[in-house]
Design a protein around this ligand. Structure first.
Ligand code: NAP
Length: 315
């Protein structure tokens, strides 16, 4: 077990995933968190990262710092996504190893899996094919970070591990239609349609495509579980095992937002991959299970969104 006073550095703590780790660590009684905003420590600057580790000497590191974006941003700026993510993880992983960090948790992403991956996606399918072209640069950089942790583990016996979470949603999510993921995007769409009393909403595709989503607090809970209980070079998937079709998801969000109109599918638009599901058998066998059903997680996110709107904040 990890001492509750151990010094834990959460890189990227202001982000969607990093902020969930901070909430969950505090909830579990971890008291000695080291946090730096992007402005205080630019992880692209190797010397600054080295100075930070020399001065602070964190014992554990959770790496939730990354350049993350939607399809549009990823396709328009692959060089930026590749450079920034490679550089952040190179600096963090190597400096953490050199400064004797006891354990390092790297966060990969389910988008690292090949586009044509057999389903459900097992950890050993990583790097057996090219990822989806629209986020290839990001996914390849993340896959390099995953392998880098495995190499350090194998060569030096250091406890550097990787979690591969399913698509995440949660408190702090981005609701800007230009940048949002599917769940916040649908929440805004249905919320606005409900407010305006619109008669119907069109859902792209047939609605049959199956997807898996994980609440960020649930994901952070799993990440801390792995920090406390897992050592090894193999990455570990973190999913709920709960699959939902896009049409079921739309209906769930319709009910949550109170939208009364119809949902009309448009089969002329693409469905995307028929199924994207992480095989979370390994983490389940270790004793971790998801505790946030999708509907509960989305309801929590919607309440948070409404509270932000009430406070007049843009979300
Ligand atoms: N969101 C998901 O669905 C999902 C799913 C699976 C895995 N993950 C993984 O979780 C990690 C974090 O994702 P996220 O969705 O939480 O992203 P996010 O909300 O954009 O957060 C990224 C964090 O990294 C910080 N950051 C970026 N560049 C930095 C730099 N040069 N120096 C210091 N800090 C920097 C950001 O600070 P600023 O905002 O101030 O720049 C922010 O705190 C990623 O590795 C991602 O692969 C995410």
């Amino acid at each position: 077990m990890i001492d509750k006073n151990a010094k834990i550095y959460v890189a990227g703590h202001t982000g969607l995933v990093g902020s969930a780790f901070v909430r969950q660590l505090r909830k579990k009684g971890y008291t000695n968190l080291v946090l730096r905003t992007h402005g205080e420590l630019d992880l692209l600057r190797q010397e600054d990262v080295e100075r930070f580790f020399r001065e602070e000497r964190p014992e554990y590191v959770i790496d939730a710092a990354a350049k993350v974006g939607g399809i549009k941003a990823n396709s328009e700026a692959p060089a930026d996504f590749f450079y920034v993510n490679m550089q952040i993880q190179q600096n963090l992983i190597w400096t953490a190893y050199k400064s004797g960090v006891k354990k390092f948790l790297f966060l990969g992403s389910a988008c690292m899996y090949p586009k044509q991956c057999p389903q459900p996606m097992k950890e050993e399918y990583l790097l057996t094919g090219l990822p989806e072209i629209t986020n290839e640069a990001y996914a390849l950089a993340k896959a390099c970070g995953t392998r880098f942790c495995s190499y350090i583990n194998r060569q030096y016996g250091a406890d550097f591990i990787t979690a591969i979470p399913a698509n995440a949603y949660g408190i702090g999510d981005n609701f800007d239609p230009e940048h949002s993921h599917v769940i916040p995007a649908l929440l805004v769409k249905y919320h606005n349609a409900q407010q305006r009393g619109e008669p119907s909403i069109t859902l792209w595709g047939t609605g049959a495509a199956l997807r898996e989503f994980i609440d960020t607090d649930d994901m952070a809970d799993a990440g801390i579980f792995l920090l406390e209980n897992y050592s090894g070079p193999e990455p570990i998937n973190v999913g709920t095992g709960e699959e939902v079709s896009m049409l079921e998801l739309a209906h769930m969000i319709r009910e949550i937002t109170g939208f009364r109109g119809e949902i009309v599918t448009d089969p002329s638009k693409p469905d995307g991959m028929p199924r994207r599901l992480c095989d979370s058998g390994r983490i389940h066998a270790m004793g971790w299970k998801s505790s946030v059903p999708l509907r509960d997680g989305i309801e929590k996110l919607y309440r948070w969104y409404l509270a932000q709107l009430k406070d007049g904040e843009s979300v």
